[in-house]
Design a protein around this ligand. Structure first.
Ligand SMILES: Cc1ncc(COP(=O)(O)O)c(C=O)c1O
Length: 394
């Protein structure tokens, strides 16, 4: 069975976790602080604050910006449902804008059209690790006095060119960027998240809110030689990352450049291996973006039936996933009025994600290509599907 993904974990991660267990301090402590400093350095951000996952990171980001009831936040429906959920959790209303033609990220023109007097922010997703068009979205937001949050859940290690400067996603280019370290992402801590910002006030607010609104963290009180009493100036949350997670994350982070390099190599060889399937559209990478290839999302030839193709590939031992979901099509969002989102719906219906992980071999990619050829042939009888190379069939 070729899985959709497989985290790259080894002895170094196991050793890091054991080190924390032996230290006797398991909750948010010195390992979290070190992970934050190393992550900030990796993405070029002045501040990085670790939390329990990206959903809580996004919720903290919106809350710290003061977004709440009566506000509208423009975002993509075409994203994992957490993106829309966190807007609702603040009491604000998600306003969905469609995605660009030929890509999976917000269309800047659609963002412009969605702005109303109640709009306070844009939550822009770097979907499956492909940077969204911040070069166009940021000026639109600035012109309307809107805050911008980057949902960079999948985008650790991705890069964007603004003007003639390349920089890491998360530096951040907007007000705040939020990352996930779920095992489906390029680096993992089991569960985990990170917020980056250039604004020290925002960073201080994240730190206060992630730990119950506590004025003096327990690490400081633990180290003090005099009794220190904490107070609770605001009501916060428990969104902490543990030292166990952070220690694993530090090892993963050190490997991020190699992991991304390998993913880029694999994406390149998928493009070549799938080139002879007529009508199949590989993912596009704009010349101002360098994806980390967290997922490899292909659009099936017209008329191919997504679920049948996925089932046939599964029967051949290849796991896939459907195209990125659309929140507005889920029962949870049934009552929400939204502009038509034809490109989001088409991408959701017509795309599938293929397996991609650093340990993947050339032979595994050949198997995926073979299974996809065969599935398209079986599901649709596509006359356009060409014979596989003799080598592959053998
Ligand atoms: C675009 C996007 N945003 C947010 C999340 C939520 O991340 P987490 O699982 O760390 O809460 C995900 C998770 O897959 C995601 O893909």
């Amino acid at each position: 069975m070729i899985p959709i993904t497989q985290p790259q974990l080894g002895e170094a991660e196991a050793e890091a976790a054991a080190r924390v267990v032996r230290s006797g301090w398991l909750s948010q402590g010195p390992e979290v602080a070190a992970f934050e400093a190393e992550f900030a350095q990796m993405v070029g951000a002045p501040h990085a604050c670790a939390v329990s996952n990206c959903t809580t990171a996004l919720h903290l980001a919106l809350t710290a910006l003061g977004i709440g009831p009566g506000d509208e936040v423009i975002t993509a429906s075409h994203s994992f449902i957490a993106t829309a959920n966190v807007i609702r959790q603040t009491g604000a209303t998600p306003v969905f804008a469609d995605i660009e033609l030929g890509g999976f990220n917000l269309d800047p023109d659609a963002v412009s059209r969605a702005i109303t007097p109640r709009t306070r922010a844009v939550l822009a997703v770097h979907q499956i690790g492909m940077p969204c068009d911040l070069g166009a979205i940021l000026p639109i937001a600035r012109a309307h006095g809107l805050r911008v949050i980057e949902d960079a859940a999948c985008a650790a290690g991705a890069q964007i060119r603004l003007g003639d400067q390349w920089s890491a996603i998360g530096s951040p280019h907007a007000d705040i960027a939020c990352f996930s370290f779920h095992p489906r992402k390029v680096i993992t801590t089991g569960e985990g998240g990170m917020l980056t910002t250039r604004d020290p006030q925002l960073d201080a607010t994240f730190r206060l809110l992630r730990q119950h609104g506590m004025s003096v963290p327990d690490t400081v009180r633990h180290a003090a030689r005099e009794v220190v009493l904490e107070s609770y100036p605001v009501s916060g949350f428990n969104y902490r990352m543990s030292d166990l997670q952070a220690a694993v994350g530090r090892v993963q982070l050190a490997a991020l450049p190699q992991i991304v390099a390998r993913r880029r190599e694999l994406a390149g060889s998928y493009r070549r291996k799938l080139a002879d399937i007529d009508g199949l559209t590989p993912p596009a990478e704009p010349d101002w973006a360098r994806s980390n290839w967290q997922s490899y999302c292909v659009r099936l030839p017209q008329g191919a039936r997504q679920i049948e193709v996925m089932q046939s590939m599964l029967d051949s031992g290849v796991a896939t996933r459907r195209g990125i979901m659309c929140a507005h099509l889920e029962p949870a969002y049934a009552g929400l009025r939204t502009a038509p989102l034809p490109r989001s719906e088409a991408a959701h219906r017509e795309c599938i994600l293929l397996p991609l992980f650093p340990q993947m071999t050339e032979a595994m990619q050949d198997e995926v290509a073979f299974a996809l050829h065969a599935a398209l042939h079986a599901s649709h009888g596509l006359s356009a599907v060409r014979a596989l190379s003799r080598e592959l069939v053998r």
